[in-house]
Design a protein around this ligand. Structure first.
Ligand SMILES: Nc1ncnc2c1ncn2[C@@H]1O[C@H](COP(=O)(O)OP(=O)(O)O)[C@@H](O)[C@H]1O
Ligand SMILES: [Mg+2]
Length: 324
């Protein structure tokens, strides 16, 4: 009854534009802060009250409540949902480090209904048997170190069949899936061969850095690539989107009037390349600097001072600091 099956492949990229908003006139650019920022830069409570905010706007943990739906994040999420709904054996989502992949996954996890049993494996690695152990554990199943690969596999297969019989689907999500390596990916592909004849019993959602896409496109991964029925690459935010992103994160913690002026946003976009995590870090520091010189608006001068002081070392700033 259980036999093998294959499916089509496709892939797509996407980019973004966002509405411009009216804004209050910016005050005079503030002079660079005379004193270095407080030692506990960026910790909660350092500047939120000063700016009239209820919390720290640019926290680094993936927080689905703070999600700003850029067109790219919306499309990536649509592909995740599409993959799940259409029983795609493999869904592939790639994006740079800090682009919002894990945040999207967290949103997906809390949106799924009881019809899907989901296991999330973050940062997977290890041998074949270890991979299966991680998989079973992610589904809430025990997986002892003394169980052989065959034991584990047969339990996993039984689980898939039992869930199917109960009318549920099983989806395994791998975050940082570029670390899986070719062998493990092949192993996972074999898992998707377990089917009912017409229905897929297991769906895989692989989320990772751009290398993941390169691995899947290698000639020896052709069989794997053919199972990828839904895929998306999450690109960087353009300047207009960074403007919207910054304002969104500030608005949800109570911003009434724009805090970052246009030139500050332009420099933040230029330095960070539109990577949300880097935008968060730089904006957080720029706010500390504005706060330290008593300003309610963040200007380009504050952002530039952060860069000049070497406080922001998340990216290589060569060639950026001198640019207008
Ligand atoms: N669309 C978004 N809306 C709000 N915050 C985002 C968005 N994308 C990324 N972030 C923020 O950027 C940081 C990095 O996101 P994360 O999901 O961990 O990235 P990745 O998993 O791609 O490395 C987190 O602080 C997250 O909250
Ligand atoms: Mg992540």
């Amino acid at each position: 009854m259980w036999r093998r099956k294959s499916s089509g492949a496709q892939g797509r990229d996407g980019e973004v534009a966002l509405r411009a908003e009216t804004r209050a006139p910016d005050p005079q650019p503030a002079p660079p802060p005379a004193a270095p920022p407080p030692a506990k830069a960026g910790t909660p409570g350092v500047y939120d009250q000063h700016f009239g905010l209820t919390a720290r706007p640019f926290a680094l943990a993936p927080d689905p409540d703070a999600l700003f739906w850029t067109p790219a994040h919306r499309r990536a999420y649509a592909m995740l949902e599409y993959g799940l709904m259409t029983q795609a054996p493999i869904t592939l989502i790639t994006g740079e480090v800090g682009s919002g992949k894990t945040t999207l996954l967290h949103h997906l996890l809390r949106s799924l209904d009881d019809g899907v049993r989901v296991g999330l494996v973050s940062n997977p690695n290890g041998s074949r048997a270890e991979l299966l152990r991680w998989v079973l554990l992610s589904l809430g199943e025990p997986a002892g170190p003394d169980e052989t690969y065959v034991d584990l596999f047969s339990r996993f297969q039984d689980l898939l069949i039992a869930e199917y019989a109960a009318g549920r689907r099983v989806a395994l999500i791998f975050d940082e899936a570029q670390n899986l390596g070719r062998k493990a990916l092949e192993e996972l592909r074999m898992f998707t061969n377990i089917n009912s004849g017409k229905d897929v019993l297991l769906q895989l959602i692989l989320v990772g850095q751009p290398e993941l896409r390169e691995i899947v496109h290698r000639p020896d991964m052709r069989q794997f690539a053919q199972r990828v029925a839904s895929s998306f690459h999450l690109g960087m935010m353009d300047r207009a989107t960074v403007r919207g992103y910054i304002d969104h994160r500030l608005r949800i913690v109570g911003m009434k009037r724009r805090i970052f002026d246009e030139a500050a946003v332009t420099l933040v976009h230029q330095v960070t390349g539109g990577v949300p995590r880097l935008v968060n870090q730089l904006c957080d520091l720029a706010m500390v600097y504005a706060f330290s010189c008593g300003r309610k608006r963040v200007t380009e001068a504050h952002v530039r001072q952060v860069l000049d002081d070497g406080t922001f070392f998340a990216v290589d700033l060569q060639g950026i600091e001198g640019d207008p």
